[in-house]
Design a protein around this ligand. Sequence first.
Ligand code: JS2
Length: 301
Amino acid sequence: MADYELSPASEDGPRGGTSRPVRVGLIVCLLVICIMAIVIGYLGYLVWAQRSSGPTDYVSGIVLGRCLSFTRIARPELRDKDCKKILDAFKSAFVSKDPCSITREDYQPLINLTADPVPCDKSLFWSRSKELVHEYTGIQKEMFTLEDTLLGYMGDGLTWCGDPRTSEIKHESCPHRNETCNSTATYVFWNVISQKFAESACGTVYVMLNGSRDTPFSKASTFGGVEIFNLRPEKVHTLQAWVMHNVEAVSRDTCSGSSIRELKSIVEQRKISFECYNDYRPARFIQCVKHSSHPTCRALL
Ligand code: JS2
């Protein structure tokens, strides 16, 4: 048969109309599109309904949208939270105030409105391992980092500040924290909520550290300088560390290294037991998804 001639099956066109698998696939696609349209429409309605009074700026729009999506979709058990009041309390912490003199007390009204306690044995701290730790909690829904709670979710990746001369909320021209400007709105926010997250932890708590760094544990970090010292020994009996190493990078420190020994010493001085795992297997699986051909992953997968 010459190349340009169609094969017998296609000369008559497809036999008997669309095949069954194609029909099923089309129906499934239509269903998915309808569900997505409903969710997006519902979210849009919620943001529109909550923005009933007055215009909101960039930061307010994001904070309000995140509050709604978190409390109405991600964690519907929190649906009674009033996101408009939460946004107002968030703004009241820094609007029209000196951007370098924000206090912990400024955030107390916001803290009071956003209680979102993590169950015992489910708190996951981290340091210099943000991407992997959130890939992990994205799969292991039973575990919670601070960013998997309402306040951490609302503030993550944002910058905000106020100005004593106006009531506007800025996000691009905010002062960076330094010796002359120590208490910025975002720095105090993360300090306060990190402390609260540690204070409320109970049972066995976990921390994911980066063993591909010279010092996976540092007292200069939020975990090492704030959270570790705010764990309550009367509630927390064990801290379990996971020292993770980048698959392609060399291992800088491990559970037996000096940095982790310092962490162990601090924890045990606080009357909390200490355990440590190198390349905790469930998290290693996630790393190996992107490095399946690497020798250390071939043995695992
Ligand atoms: C500023 C942000 C953001 O245990 C974790 C979390 O619970 C967090 O509270 O603090 C720990 C991580 O901080 P650490 O140990 O200093 O590690 P890092 O890799 O330097 O991450 C710094 C991020 C601290 C909190 N944070 N700070 N602006 O947008 C922001 N987002 C987060 N999560």
